[in-house]
Design a protein around this ligand. Structure first.
Ligand code: FEO
Length: 385
């Protein structure tokens, strides 16, 4: 338990051991489930809870500050179980009223069996008065579920954003404690928020009306310097890309890998940043991070049984799911006795990505010219913006 402002406490937990999220995303540094207790002169409110399995630790942290039975409000900024999974225990041990959006109320009934008479629905600008402290609610839907909202502590100017501005790391309490925080936040943005860039941009637009001294997300460190993460989120939600290409490939007998090495040379010579991932050993979170600001993608895959290698299919599906702001694409393929991978990739490549070139080679590559020329063309496209 830590006091982050006068009578505002961080009462959440750290999950040092968790290594996978959503059965997809590796968490090399664990994560945290931040929960906050605001103690007003008359009433108190708990903002978000913790992942199931950590209820006892949450209750212990709350009990160091107040009697849980006297909790007045439980605020659900987001209904996903890593933040809302302990709602049933908190509701059972207190007479708190659950505060959430209209959509959140529907979800609280379905997921957590919260009865109607213990839910108060709030909308944009609504407030609850805790005595000397006031919480104002800001609707921020689809970050990354439909019911999401922010809570703003008016007197302390603290913004509680749940997943938004979060990062999966158990390290540190505040932004200044975590050396690789922006890189970690970019990874998180790529995994969770990138498909909802437009909604993120709209939410940031709303925040212009608020003076924010501190951002307190429900994963990762608290921002004492909110502009650090706000500046990054403005770029990421706007889909700003750099002179950068991400290469995502699979290779069985190194032919596709040789093609990758050939195309990298003109790109590097032209000063293009290259992020290269072999899907056989890549961390999906690293790929998600580099998809956030890459302007181009090179997909490499061997043909397997008339189609593309299943790992490459997974990589392509990841691009379709995460919806990065990539503008240009190149496809590299080596086949044994029959084609098939390039057609499949073109069919499934997002329409927002302009194909700049595709190379199909029977067996190992022997002539570099075609691939080099495509690399030069891609570098020119990337530099055009
Ligand atoms: Fe951290 Fe969408 O839950």
């Amino acid at each position: 338990m830590i006091m982050i402002s006068e009578n505002v406490f961080s009462v959440g937990v750290k999950d040092w051991n968790r290594r996978l999220f959503d059965a997809l995303i590796p968490l090399p540094k664990g994560t945290s489930y931040n929960s906050y207790l605001v103690k007003g002169s008359d009433k108190n409110a708990l903002i978000d809870t913790v992942n199931p399995g950590f209820e006892k630790e949450l209750i212990k942290n709350i009990s160091e500050i107040t009697d849980l039975r006297k909790l007045n409000y439980l605020i659900m900024n987001h209904a996903e179980p890593d933040h809302a999974g302990s709602i049933p225990v908190i509701m059972e041990r207190s007479s708190a009223v659950l505060i959430t959006t209209k959509k959140g109320a529907e979800m609280a009934k379905i997921y957590y069996k919260v009865p109607d008479n213990r839910i108060k629905v709030v909308k944009e600008g609504d407030t609850i008065n805790l005595g000397d402290k006031t919480l104002r609610f800001i609707e921020a839907p689809w970050l990354h579920w439909p019911e999401t909202m922010f809570s703003y502590l008016v007197e302390d100017k603290i913004l509680f954003t749940c997943d938004f501005f979060g990062s999966h790391t158990a390290f540190g309490i505040y932004d200044e404690d975590v050396e690789d925080l922006i890189s970690n936040s970019q990874r998180y943005f790529g995994e969770i928020m990138m498909p909802y860039r437009a909604m993120g941009k709209a939410a940031i637009e709303k925040l212009k009306n608020y003076k924010v001294n501190m951002i307190a997300p429900s994963h990762g460190p608290i921002y004492k310097n909110p502009e650090i993460i706000l500046d990054q989120y403005k770029k990421w939600t706007a889909g700003e890309t750099r002179e950068k290409v991400i290469i995502v490939y699979t290779t069985m007998w190194n032919s596709t890998e040789k093609m990758v090495e050939t195309i990298m040379k003109p790109l590097i010579a032209e000063g293009i940043e290259v992020a290269r991932y072999n899907l056989a050993n890549a961390d999906i979170g690293d790929i998600a991070k580099d998809l956030v600001d890459s302007r181009a993608i090179i997909l490499g895959a061997p043909t397997v049984v008339g189609s593309l290698h299943p790992l490459a299919l997974h990589g392509l599906q990841l691009v379709n799911t995460l919806k990065p702001p990539i503008k240009y694409g190149v496809i590299l393929n080596s086949y044994g006795w029959g084609k098939g991978a390039v057609v499949k990739i073109i069919e499934q490549l997002p329409k927002s990505i302009e194909p700049v070139g595709a190379v199909e080679i029977n067996g190992p590559p022997t002539d570099d010219k075609e691939i080099t020329d495509i690399g030069v063309k891609l570098a020119q496209k990337i530099k055009q913006g």
